[in-house]
Design a protein around this ligand. Sequence first.
Ligand code: IPD
Ligand code: CA
Ligand code: CA
Length: 277
Amino acid sequence: MASSPVDLLGVARILATETGELIVKAREGTVGVSATKSSHIDIVTEVDLAAERHLRQRIAELRPDDAVLGEEGQDTPGTSGVTWVLDPIDGTVNFLYGLPSYSVSVAAVTGPPTPEEWTIEAGAVYEGGTRSLWSAARGEGSWLDDLPLHRGPGPGPGLSSTLLGTGFQYIADRRALQGVLVAKMLPQVRDIRRLGSCALDICYVAAGRLDAYYEHGLAPWDFPAAALIALEAGVLVEGLDGAPPNTTLTLAALPGTFEALHDALKAAGAARLWDTP
Ligand code: IPD
Ligand code: CA
Ligand code: CA
């Protein structure tokens, strides 16, 4: 079965759009918490589970030889070298409360299925609040619906004019440390936004709706689709010191803004955030 970035983009768009429409319709009914995970505020709804079931069923039909790494299910091995990385609802707390910033995030990666080693081939993020589709294929560009996204080559704004997105973990001790860091960043930037869906935060950098984004402690399924969308639009998406985007810390911004943010975060202690007493 053909597995070029464009082939995988076509499937990613189908998966994200179908599942996005499924969750938008489910939001018209009553949504309740069905379980909690890492803490009492880390919730999963019936709709998260139904959305992941739908994604897995469609992957089994369309790409039966591929592996699956999804937030709400067991890892499924494959034989093709392609792994689908799934976040059935990114922004579940927004979804529960009826806030519009929630999405379905679907990425196709090759290589070992870990953020340090994989190559992101294609990605699609369906934005529930606007019913729009963000997508990208490696080397081919990125789009918001049919509109190509072009943000590079920069330079982006200086740090003091930067509208900065970020997010927080579900574990209280970690949040406390993230709060100390964000308090150091707030006086240095235009303002801070916490929108509640990592995938949309990064897509918004790709469209210039945010100037920059950083977050510690992401999960592997939170960011690969959006990272490719931003990269293909000309945005830098990396960890610290040139590392690929990863679960420890991921930053996204145009060149110029990126370096200023990177250095300000390091000066504020971002490299050892979880080590802080
Ligand atoms: C969360 C969202 C949030 C981010 C958290 C993620 P979920 O994903 O992306 O914006 O701050 O780190 O866990 O739990 O809604 O899939
Ligand atoms: Ca997520
Ligand atoms: Ca999720």
